[in-house]
Design a protein around this ligand. Sequence first.
Ligand code: UD1
Ligand code: UDP
Length: 373
Amino acid sequence: MPESVLFCVVGTRPEAIKMAPVVQELRRFSTLARTLLISTGQHREILHESLAAFGLQVDVDLDIMTHGQTLAEVTSKALLGLDRRMLEHGPAMVLAQGDTTTTFAAALAAFYRQIPFGHVEAGLRTNDIGNPFPEEFNRRVAGLTASLHFPPTEWAKENLLKEGTNPDTVFVTGNTGIDAVLEAAKFGAEWYPSSSERILLLTTHRRENWGEPQERIARSVRELVDEFSDTRLVVALHPNPNVRQTLGGILGDHPRIDMIEPPEYLKFVKLMQRSTLIFTDSGGVQEEAPSFGIPVLVLRDTTERPEGVTAGTARLVGTDPKKIQEQGRLLLSNKNAYTQMAQATSPYGDGHASQRIRYHVLKSIGIQTERPA
Ligand code: UD1
Ligand code: UDP
């Protein structure tokens, strides 16, 4: 049995998807270090489904989710549960991904126990502490405590360096979400009923969009569907009850709008590939869609992922009906405008991020492994 234990901590759907390739890669070296997949259980069904897509199961499940949970509830239960597990297993390093409350709790718990913390998808910033809420705060804290930072892009690296992070601890890796989506694209089977209509895909769940902004989003996309009779809107509903209530009220009764339970990851990836246009406030979807040349309209006022906007694969439209409809109309009616966006290349990674992370993590605990390009 190897002496060193590594913790990979996840809690929500995107963490499961983006951490899965890291866990798989670290486990290729399981004779040298033992990798435990720890879940806070901040999410339940959608987390387990996402891990199952990679053939993974959690080793430890704190199972903390309750319906309509508050930030304080998630933080306190995750912090205490993770602390207990850190005491029990004495990991040589704790890894967590992104900016959720689970990530924040993992970073803080490791800091309190003085265990090195590695931050996957480090350095994303809007520089507006209230937007996205509470994620900007969470990732800044994770960055403060981390001893290894894995920014996906050069831009994210620059953010860390500007904040005074030691450059010797910062390694640009690409986003592990791209490792995941390229792999998933090989396996998913066509499942959504075939139709001659163009598919528009909508996902929205961000806290700062709850209520009024999400109502504006829903009305705007409904009007677009009415305007373009050859389109069908597919709404992949987030399980959050706040989101379901708002979207159901506005989009629930249209013959060309399908409100569906969130498809599990492999199915969702296939659905993205089938889509003509994606409307989303999701971080992960913003990153994945350009891998398939699908234009994305980002339903947020700010983004910590400006690379897609710069590369021309995504456009920020916020929750302003005028902007959503203007850009939606343009892309649905103007072939040149559409092709220009669809041809831009993805700036988020080459599918080998987890190998780079594995190399630096193992090296930091004294284990030398093959160095990826
Ligand atoms: C969380 C993250 C957000 C991330 C999102 C990904 C925080 C503060 N928020 O937001 O950064 O973008 O996940 O989806 O960390 N629920 C279920 N089943 C599930 C999952 C959720 O029923 O499998 C319902 C529960 O009622 C739960 C609610 O959704 O209380 C909200 O979950 P929570 O993790 O608090 O917030 P999200 O909006 O999902
Ligand atoms: N996703 C999924 N099913 C869905 C919606 C999203 O599998 O119905 C995947 C998506 O491909 C991406 C991740 O979940 O990898 C994004 O999760 P989410 O939008 O919940 O969180 P965010 O990325 O905004 O933090």
